[in-house]
Design a protein around this ligand. Structure first.
Ligand SMILES: Cc1cc2nc3c(=O)[nH]c(=O)nc-3n(C[C@H](O)[C@H](O)[C@H](O)COP(=O)(O)O)c2cc1C
Length: 338
């Protein structure tokens, strides 16, 4: 008979790396992964990660301190490499002796890796392509998260299943690898563990946790949405770059398409310069995630969500979400083994 202990055994390397009971990371989500959700995930035996996003160093300082007041279990901090104060943010992490730093948003600058490892933190990076995964492994990163395009938020172009096939067999012996993107049920967790992942990272599935501070409109939109509503932002004109972001379609996503057409036409007519045109596109979504998550404006705000949104059915405590995932993983494995 398969039991939870069998799954935990398969997660052992991931649990040891994170210092947790389950090798399940709550992927950092800007505005959402703050003290309440992060501590709840860690208290339930998973690994919560604070999303620093655009926070200034003094805000991150307070967020880490407040999270630490709510849990004595390990948790991490996610920093975006493009943040203009990355160095100061790393110093804040060092001050709090944060055990794990996750760097997102592209290849970390060379100086950042030793600076993080210097104060004893483990460094986790995202691998959106095989070549990048090899480079990161060589540069001293301690663990990788393979995140496919099924995920919510900013995404790369390749699916989780293809990235996992490319990267896992090549690098799994070298460093621990976690899988993210599109995981809504424990069945997928069991499957990824069976092919050599040490654990998983979920974002979308934790949004409707009771402990999550997201506005009830935001949570309701998640509960209602089928997988197919979590669409990628499309670029309409070659000259006007659009960063691929997966979010639920709404009035905002429709208006974004219209805006791109309008700006392209004005560009053709010589009414605006290229720089101004690109800026208008770039600024369209400024503050939009906050508008949806905090203010509950689900019409115009950004409803960043992964395709696993279709498997989010109710608001429930983090401990129940993790228990369900583990139970489903056990059942899936049991069925496979007959
Ligand atoms: C609303 C939202 C906001 C996110 N913000 C961030 C972020 O600030 N930094 C980051 O590295 N990843 C971010 N992500 C990605 C998650 O950390 C996680 O990797 C992803 O949600 C996993 O895929 P899933 O949504 O299919 O579970 C975000 C995802 C969502 C849904």
């Amino acid at each position: 008979m398969t039991t939870e202990n069998d799954i935990k055994r398969m997660m052992a390397r991931g649990c040891e790396f994170l210092g947790t009971e389950y090798a399940i990371l709550g992927g950092a989500m800007s505005w959402i992964s703050e003290r309440n959700l992060v501590s709840a995930i860690s208290n339930a035996g998973g690994f919560g990660v604070i999303a620093c996003g655009a926070m200034e160093p003094h805000m991150l300082d307070e967020e880490i301190a407040e999270t630490a007041k709510r849990t004595d279990k390990p948790f991490g901090v996610n920093l975006i490499t493009m943040h203009p104060q990355l160095e100061e943010l790393i110093e804040v992490c060092a001050k709090h002796e944060v055990s794990h730093v996750v760097l997102a948003g592209g290849l970390p600058p060379g100086w950042a890796i030793p600076k993080i490892k210097e104060f004893g933190a483990k460094l986790i990076c995202f691998a959106p392509a095989f070549a990048l995964a090899k480079k990161l492994a060589r540069s001293g990163v301690d663990a990788l998260v393979i995140e496919g395009m099924e995920a919510g938020g900013h995404i790369g172009p390749v699916s989780t299943s293809v990235l996992a096939q490319e990267i896992l067999p090549e690098l799994r012996d070298e460093l621990p690898i976690f899988i993210a993107g599109g995981i809504g049920r424990g069945h997928a967790i069991a499957a990824w563990l069976e092919v050599g992942a040490v654990g998983v990272q979920l974002g979308t599935r934790f949004v409707c946790a009771s402990e999550c501070i997201a506005h009830e409109n935001f949570k309701k939109a998640f509960i209602r949405a089928p997988a197919r509503d979590a669409i990628v932002s499309t670029q309409i004109d070659d000259r006007l770059p659009v960063i691929p972001v997966r979010a639920l379609k709404n009035k905002g996503t429709q208006e974004f398409a219209a805006k791109q057409i309008e700006v392209a036409k004005r560009l053709d007519a010589g009414e605006i310069e290229m720089g101004e045109a690109q800026l208008q596109i770039e600024h369209f979504w400024a503050g939009a995630l906050r508008r949806a998550v905090i203010e509950g404006d689900v019409e115009n705000g950004s409803l960043m969500a992964g395709q696993s949104v279709g498997m989010v059915k109710a608001e429930e405590p983090v401990a129940d979400i993790i228990a369900t995932l583990m139970d489903e993983a056990v059942k899936a494995l049991e069925k496979n083994r007959g």
